[in-house]
Write a protein of this length. Structure first.
Length: 764
């Protein structure tokens, strides 16, 4: 290879050395590279036949230079002043001059080599970087920054619940809550039970219960506890939620004072572990179709709880397999052969020493995809007799004459009122899912700050968070996590302050945010796993547990697809009622408003506006979200009406339009999320935090518009030039948000003992 003998005889051959080194650097010569080099060599009439033969022989792919030769070539090239050279041909000419200053390089040779570089796809301006060190670029210089005080951002996130959040974090940071490996399924379940008992001892289990039950009558605090615990083991969170949320709250909300006095104190202390037995094998989300029966006996004034067939068994019931002693059982009330619909009953399962009650059969669901610290079971009832007093009777009861009575005359309204009181589960689950997402993002972003890989020629390796595509993976979910935090806080407040006439709207909002947030958690944790590469696959880094444990959240408290249909039906009902009360004047006003929207937002200038100031404007974002929500809702209503007018059954019409209805729910929820995020930004007084939150809000809005760009293009609301500009703006926002990424995840203030991932050890 370019031995010293040939070079000594004709030092001009040094001009080839940078090209040969660059082509052989990856140990592979492609047919195209060989062909282009042949052309270049054969053009040079200053090379003798022997020299040409020699140069061509060194382009044989089977006989490449060894590592020692490559290093000697590089050493030779680095011996010249590389700061004054740019292209490989210039480097080669400098090598020639170094050997013999009297040799001149003709212009034709210079042009031939430059053309060869272009043909080979080599970037001439960057050629010298291969042989230099310390090369800096915009990407390598990009660094994390902190433009706000972390504790102030934490204060904004925690709000009035800050004191309680700190208390919960202090408890779960105690060494007794340290993660550990388990010897068996039983070992894991017992550990989770012990943790729940420790939390009950701190008063967290009874937090929402009345004072006589050792509670604080603080429902908002309960949701805060549930969310904060979700930075720790999620099996513990779900067992906590089953015991104190589902079992305890069902007695609290569906029962009367006698039930409260009888059960709540022991539920809150975990002296009386229990279950929430609603779901049946054959019916899933269809609660009204439940087949378990509660038949009233006039003579003994008792109910007989019975599973009439295998499909009516209560399935996937938390706390049932091992620990549950009682359960709230949902069953059809039967009096004298007449069905009075689904009602709730307190039914014993086990004695205190764990012996099953006569007529109760329980099977262990065994290992699951996740949440294996929760003892899920299948329950069968064989005419289990309970006293009349154990019917939870806030909304319906059997009187002394054995007759059915209810303060709510409508069967439908009574049923939905009863279920509406349990909507709290659809608040607790998304808040838990979001906490898990925040943990995953914390692990992935910290890893991406520390993990260096690749880099420019002649430069150092670069943190992977500096790469645009990696930012694209993690910055939009980070923005969405902040957006959802404030949206869920808004939902919680709406639920706490609810009035009877708002019940259905709040139920729909809870259903939609539960679906949206748990879908987000599933997608985000998968992205975090991939963003951490093989490290994310290791159990020690916790993303596997977060992924597996939250996967079921998409079907907990109702299947997400079904829940989004519920949201859509609520929006359609609101839409129909709005128009049902309209007279000609208000209809005219509605049409006029729609026309004004088209004039203002769909004019030729606006649909093509790519000005950055416009694209980042909050009003533009919200108007785009509102337009989409209204347009999809209106078109869905028209579509259903058209099908029904053409003679289609309303059930079939809804089925045909289900995909459309899904979009109705999605658009509504996204508008609510953005609206609440913008509200928080506008209310924030600390200017540094406000700036950081503004960028996150802009990123959430624009990446959502980008996701739905096909729809906006179809509607003529934007043109291609604008959606392209939005994509560019999203990229730039990811670049800007990346600077604050570490500070933004640190503002979550997740206890280090809860993160517990070696790749995410906090560095100051």
């Amino acid at each position: 290879m370019l031995h010293s003998g040939e070079l000594h005889n004709n030092p001009k051959l040094y001009i080839f050395l940078p090209l040969y080194y660059t082509l052989w650097m990856d140990s592979v010569l492609t047919p195209t590279e060989i062909s282009e080099m042949h052309k270049l060599i054969n053009k040079q009439d200053w090379i003798s036949g022997t020299e040409k033969e020699y140069l061509l022989s060194k382009l044989n792919p089977a006989e490449g230079p060894n590592s020692k030769e490559l290093k000697s070539w590089k050493k030779k090239i680095k011996s010249i002043d590389l700061d004054r050279t740019q292209s490989l041909s210039q480097i080669g000419e400098s090598l020639v001059k170094q050997e013999n200053p009297n040799i001149s390089i003709e212009e034709k040779i210079h042009i031939d080599f430059q053309e060869a570089e272009k043909a080979l796809g080599l970037l001439s301006k960057e050629a010298g970087f291969t042989f230099k060190s310390g090369h800096q670029t915009i990407t390598t210089k990009h660094r994390g920054d902190q433009n706000f005080a972390t504790e102030k951002m934490t204060g904004i996130l925690d709000g009035e619940q800050a004191k309680l959040i700190k208390k919960v974090k202090a408890v779960i940071s105690d060494p007794s809550f340290a993660y550990r490996e388990y010897d068996s399924l039983l070992d894991q379940r017992e550990q989770v039970l012990q943790w729940c008992q420790a939390l009950a001892d701190q008063g967290f289990g009874a937090w929402a219960f009345p004072e006589f039950a050792k509670g604080k009558d603080d429902m908002e605090g309960y949701f805060t506890i549930m969310e904060t615990l979700s930075y720790h083991d999620l099996s513990m969170v779900i067992k906590f939620g089953v015991q104190f949320g589902l079992w305890g709250m069902s007695v609290f909300f569906l029962g009367s004072e006698k039930h409260h006095q009888k059960y709540l104190k022991d539920i809150g202390s975990l002296k009386l572990p229990g279950c929430f037995a609603m779901t049946e094998t054959g019916h899933g989300s269809n609660v009204r179709g439940l087949e378990t029966t509660a038949t009233y006996d006039h003579e003994t004034k008792t109910f007989s709880i019975h599973t009439p067939n295998p499909d009516a068994r209560k399935e996937y019931i938390g706390n049932a397999a091992l620990h549950g002693q009682m359960a709230t059982v949902f069953a059809k009330l039967i009096i004298d052969g007449e069905d009075y619909g689904v009602n709730a009953f307190v039914v014993p399962l086990r004695s205190e020493n764990g012996k099953l009650v006569k007529g109760v059969r329980i099977e262990d669901c065994g290992r699951k995809m996740g949440l294996n610290g929760v003892d899920n079971g299948v329950i069968y009832f064989d005419n289990v007799v309970i006293p009349k007093e154990d019917m939870l009777d806030k909304f319906a009861f059997v009187n002394e004459q054995g007759e059915f009575e209810s303060p709510i005359s409508s069967d439908n309204r009574r049923f939905f009122t009863m279920l509406g009181t349990l909507v709290g589960g659809r608040i607790g689950i998304p808040r838990s899912a979001l906490a898990a997402s925040k943990t995953g993002l914390t692990i992935a972003i910290r890893h991406a700050e520390k993990r260096k890989q690749f880099g420019p020629e002649g430069g150092e390796e670069v943190p992977i968070l500096n790469y645009r595509l990696h930012q694209r993976r993690l910055m939009p979910p980070l923005a969405t996590s902040y957006a959802l935090h404030f949206a869920l806080r808004y939902l919680t407040q709406r639920f706490l302050d609810r009035k009877e006439e708002e019940a259905q709207e709040i139920e729909a909002l809870a259903a939609g945010l539960k679906a949206y947030t748990t879908w987000f958690a599933t997608a985000t944790l998968q992205e975090c796993r991939e963003a951490c590469g093989g490290k994310g696959y290791l159990s020690e880094n916790r993303i596997d547990a977060l992924k597996n444990d939250t996967d079921v959240y998409t079907t907990f408290e109702g299947d997400n697809v079904v829940l989004m249909q519920l949201v859509a039906k609520n929006r359609l009902t609101e839409f129909r009622q709005e128009f049902g009360h309209m007279n000609m004047f208000t209809i005219f006003n509605y049409i006029t408003a729609q026309a004004k929207t088209s004039i203002v937002e769909k004019n030729p200038i606006t649909v093509r506006n790519t000005d950055s100031k416009h694209l980042l404007d909050f009003d533009f974002h919200l108007n785009a979200f509102v337009y989409r929500e209204k347009a999809i809702l209106s078109s869905a209503a028209q579509r259903l009406k058209r099908h029904i007018d053409e003679g289609m059954d309303s059930f079939d019409a809804t089925n045909v339009a289900q995909h459309h209805l899904q979009n109705v729910g999605q658009a509504y929820i996204e508008r609510v999320i953005l609206e609440q995020f913008q509200k928080i930004v506008n209310e924030t007084t600390d200017e540094d935090c406000k700036m950081a939150l503004t960028q996150l809000c802009q990123l959430y809005a624009l990446q959502t518009i980008e996701k739905n760009r096909g729809w906006y293009l179809e509607q003529g609301y934007m043109e291609g030039v604008k959606t392209k500009a939005i994509r560019k703006e999203v990229n730039q926002l990811c670049w800007e948000v990346r600077k604050n990424a570490s500070a933004l995840i640190n503002a979550f203030d997740i206890p280090e003992s809860c993160i517990a991932a070696p790749i995410a050890m906090k560095t100051e």
